[in-house]
Design a protein around this ligand. Structure first.
Ligand SMILES: NC(=O)c1ccc[n+]([C@@H]2O[C@H](COP(=O)([O-])OP(=O)(O)OC[C@H]3O[C@@H](n4cnc5c(N)ncnc54)[C@H](O)[C@@H]3O)[C@@H](O)[C@H]2O)c1
Ligand SMILES: [Zn+2]
Ligand SMILES: [Zn+2]
Length: 370
């Protein structure tokens, strides 16, 4: 079928709106009509070349839609079902899936390439040329044909903008605090970078019972939102936060810091580690340039104070557990997902949406498909 998508042809270029051809769902595949897609910073990383993917590529990995058709052997969803995409496909069978780490499923090996998970062939073409889909999803598209491992069924009465955000940003931020930082009642947590991911790390830390949640961001609009999401204190920079954390903890420093800046930069690690105290955990959720290996860090500080640095992908969460769970918390009013959506855009306005993200205007911009 013919459809429309935002395609990246070259690093450093704008998203280009193109007519595409989407193939029929093959065995274990699902054809989805998109309803909403979040403008996550991870797609910006493929534009800047921080994350190296096969080009051309249809962007988008944070999205929601309705199943139009399924191929043979599909058991997880049926036509008419509402789904959230899972930007990490989970097979349910590999070592990582069966040990409760579906966010590290071996199917993740397909994320940056173009050939489909099912058989390595392409399901989408532009002008007759095969085109990859970011994270095997390609949510910046009116239609996409994905493996059933990339979708999670959700309740049909939930707002699809919110469902889209839960497919990446919400679980990633929330889980970075709850799972990876293992925030416990009474702790002090610093969230560095309060965009789409950081806002949810704040909510996760708060729900886990943190006493102090210090939000750090240079943009005042983000700090205002952070206070609404549950931050108890705010600071414009890591330097500014240091004195505040010292004062609040009587010199013990924070139990956890969560790095959710737009880009994970090596020079941020030493100051971020300086915010945590003995046995403290720094969670690195932000994504850095793939080829960059330089990190500033005092190894003595790690050893002598038993500090830890932990990576976190999809908030250390299992998509099939966490997506319905966060949506249930939303339904019960225990997490605020509506306020994450600052502005909505048509697919044709996607470059404006990303400019607004760069300019610090949005917590999350969302593409809404009519
Ligand atoms: N690990 C994962 O599974 C995963 C999933 C999704 C996104 N991400 C990554 O998380 C990061 C955040 O994504 P996002 O969509 O929230 O981005 P965003 O652009 O919405 O938010 C980033 C925020 O960081 C702030 N910031 C920039 N530099 C800062 C600094 N030095 N100190 C404090 N704040 C600073 C910005 O003002 C902005 O508010 C990105 O790197 C993204 O790729 C990781
Ligand atoms: Zn994302
Ligand atoms: Zn698996």
């Amino acid at each position: 079928m013919k459809s429309t998508a935002a395609v990246l042809w070259e690093v450093g270029k704008d998203w280009s709106i193109e007519e595409i051809e989407v193939g029929d769902p093959q065995r274990h595949e699902v054809l989805v009509e998109l309803r909403a897609a979040g403008l996550c910073h991870s797609d910006e990383h493929i534009v800047t070349g921080d994350t190296l993917v096969e080009l051309p590529v249809i962007g988008g990995h944070e999205g929601s839609g309705v199943v139009l058709a399924v191929g043979d052997g599909v058991e997880r969803v049926a036509p008419g079902d509402h789904v959230a995409f899972s930007f990490i496909p989970s097979c349910g069978r590999c070592r990582w899936c069966v040990s409760g780490h579906s966010n590290l499923c071996d199917l993740g090996a397909h994320l940056l390439g173009g050939g489909s998970i099912a058989d390595g062939t392409y399901r989408t073409t532009v002008g007759g040329q095969p085109v990859a889909r970011f994270c095997q999803v390609g949510a910046f598209s009116r239609h996409t044909c994905v493996h059933e491992a990339s979708v999670v069924k959700v309740d049909a009465d939930l707002p699809m903008g919110v469902v889209a955000l839960v497919s990446c940003g919400v679980v990633t931020g929330w889980g970075s605090a709850v799972n990876t930082a293992e925030v416990a009642a009474g702790e002090t947590v610093v969230v560095i970078g309060c965009g789409g991911i950081g806002s949810n790390a704040i909510q996760g830390a708060k729900a886990a019972g943190a006493r102090h949640v210090i939000a750090v961001d240079p943009v005042e609009l983000k700090l205002e939102a952070a206070r609404r999401f549950g931050a108890t204190h705010t600071a414009g920079s890591i330097d500014e936060a240091r004195g505040l954390v010292r004062e609040l903890t009587h010199g013990d420093m924070a139990d956890a810091a969560i790095l959710t800046t737009g880009v994970a930069e090596g020079h941020l690690i030493s100051p971020a580690v300086g915010l945590i105290g003995k046995t403290g955990i720094l969670v690195v959720t932000a994504i850095g340039p793939m080829l960059e290996t330089h990190v500033e860090l005092s190894l003595a500080e790690l050893t002598l104070f038993q500090k830890q640095i932990r990576g976190s992908i999809f908030g250390g969460a299992n998509p099939k557990v966490a997506i319905p769970q966060l949506l249930a918390l939303y339904r019960d009013g225990l997490v605020d997902l509506d306020s994450l959506i600052t502005k909505t855009y048509g697919l044709e306005e996607i470059n404006q949406g990303y400019q607004d993200m760069r300019d610090g205007r949005n917590i999350r911009g969302v593409v809404v498909f009519d």
